[in-house]
Ligand binder design. Structure first.
Ligand SMILES: C[S@@+](CC[C@H](N)C(=O)[O-])C[C@H]1O[C@@H](n2cnc3c(N)ncnc32)[C@H](O)[C@@H]1O
Length: 306
C-alpha cells in the first residue's frame, strides 16, 4: 500500500486501475481508503460534526438516537473512524458496553485518544470479517458514513446479522437521494467534473457498492439479508452556514473524489465551489457567507413488533 505520487494529488492502486480502464478489485479499494485516511485522518468528523439538520442535530446525533439512553446495551460502531459516535454514546450513557471496529490504524489511534479511560473496546478489523465479535453478542450495530465505501457489501451485512441478537437492531447513516437538494447536485457535478479531467472514469466507477447510494436498492439489499425484519429508510438534510471558503472546504471534505485532485486543481475547485455556495454579495470570497446542504439517509433494520 503506498501513495505512488504524493505531490501530484493522491494516487493508489484503485486510481491506477481506473486510469487503465480496469475495474478496481476489493484490495485496491481497501488500499485507496487506507491511503486517504492516512493522509487526512479525522476528516469525516471535522465535516460531519459541523453540518446540522433543522432540529439542530448533526448526523452522528441523529444516528445515536437509535440507542435508548436508559439501558445497559451492547453496541458496536462498525467503521468507527476517529470515535466521534462512540464518544457521543459514552457521554450519554456510561452503562453501555461499547465496541468500535475500523480497518484504519491511524483513525483508531485518534479514537483511542478521544476515548481514553472510557473502557470502550477498539478493534482493528475489516467489516467483512468480524472474527473478534461473537455470534449473537451485540444489541445494536451502528455504522456512520462507511457502508457506502464497502465492497463486497454482502459479507458485511451477513456479519452484522451474525453478531446481532435475534432482537438486535442495525442502523446506518449513508448518502441520501442526490436530487433532494438541487444545490447538492450542483456541488456533486462540479467536484466530479474537476476529478474527471484527470481520471475520466471516476464517477462511473466509484468507491463501494453503488446499491448503498440508492434508497430502493439499499432497502432491497437490507431485505435480502434480513428477510424477517422491518426495514425503514428516512431522509434528512444537514446544512452548514459560514464564511464561504470554510463552507466550501467542508463540502469538499464529504467527497472522497476531491482528495485525488492535485493541490492547484483542488484550489481552483474550491474557488468554483465557493461561487456556487455563496449566499451574500460581498466583493471578495474572504468576506462572503456561504451555505451547503446535503441529503442523508438513515437505514434502520429492526425486528417486527408483534
Ligand atoms: C468516512 S469514514 C467514517 C468514520 C466514522 N464512522 C465517522 O463517521 O466519523 C469511513 C471509515 O470507514 C472505514 N472503513 C471503510 N471500509 C471499511 C471496511 N471494509 N472495514 C472496516 N472499516 C472500513 C475507514 O477506515 C474509515 O475510518
Amino acid at each position: 500500500m503506498k501513495d505512488i505520487n504524493n505531490q501530484n494529488g493522491l494516487n493508489s492502486p484503485w486510481t491506477d486501475s481506473l486510469n487503465r480502464n480496469l475495474h478496481p478489485d476489493s484490495n485496491a479499494l481497501v488500499d485507496h481508503l487506507r491511503i486517504v485516511h492516512q493522509k487526512h485522518t479525522g476528516f469525516t468528523e471535522t465535516c460531519a460534526s459541523s453540518c446540522r439538520d433543522k432540529a439542530g442535530r448533526n448526523s452522528y446525533e441523529w444516528l445515536a438516537e437509535i440507542v435508548p439512553n436508559n439501558k445497559e446495551l451492547r453496541v458496536l460502531d462498525l467503521a468507527c473512524g476517529s470515535g466521534t459516535l462512540l464518544k457521543i454514546l459514552f457521554d450519554r450513557n456510561q452503562n453501555l458496553n461499547l465496541k468500535g471496529i475500523d480497518m484504519c490504524p491511524e483513525e483508531l489511534k485518534l479514537a483511542k485518544n478521544l476515548l481514553k479511560n472510557s473502557g470502550v473496546n477498539l478493534i482493528e478489523s475489516k467489516a467483512q470479517n468480524l472474527t473478534a465479535i461473537n455470534d449473537n453478542s451485540i444489541d445494536i450495530v451502528l455504522c456512520h458514513w462507511a457502508l457506502t465505501l464497502m465492497d463486497p457489501i454482502t459479507p458485511v451485512l451477513n456479519e452484522v446479522r451474525r453478531v446481532l441478537t435475534s432482537e438486535g437492531r442495525f442502523a446506518a447513516l449513508v448518502d441520501g437521494p442526490i436530487n433532494t437538494v438541487p444545490s447538492y447536485k450542483e456541488v456533486y457535478d462540479l467536484i466530479y467534473s474537476y476529478v474527471q479531467e484527470g481520471i475520466p472514469n471516476y464517477g462511473e466507477i466509484d468507491l463501494g457498492d453503488p446499491r448503498i447510494r440508492g434508497t430502493e436498492s439499499l432497502s432491497n439489499l437490507a431485505h435480502k439479508t434480513f428477510p424477517e425484519a422491518n426495514v425503514t429508510i428516512e431522509t434528512n438534510v444537514v446544512s452548514i452556514k459560514g464564511p464561504v471558503i470554510e463552507v466550501a472546504e467542508t463540502a469538499a471534505g464529504f467527497f472522497y473524489a476531491a482528495f485525488v485532485l492535485k493541490p492547484d486543481k483542488r484550489k481552483s475547485m474550491i474557488k468554483s465551489l465557493s461561487k456556487i455556495l455563496a449566499i451574500s454579495k460581498e466583493s471578495t470570497d474572504a468576506e462572503k457567507q456561504g451555505q451547503f446542504s446535503m441529503p442523508i439517509n438513515r437505514l434502520i433494520v429492526e425486528p417486527y413488533i408483534t
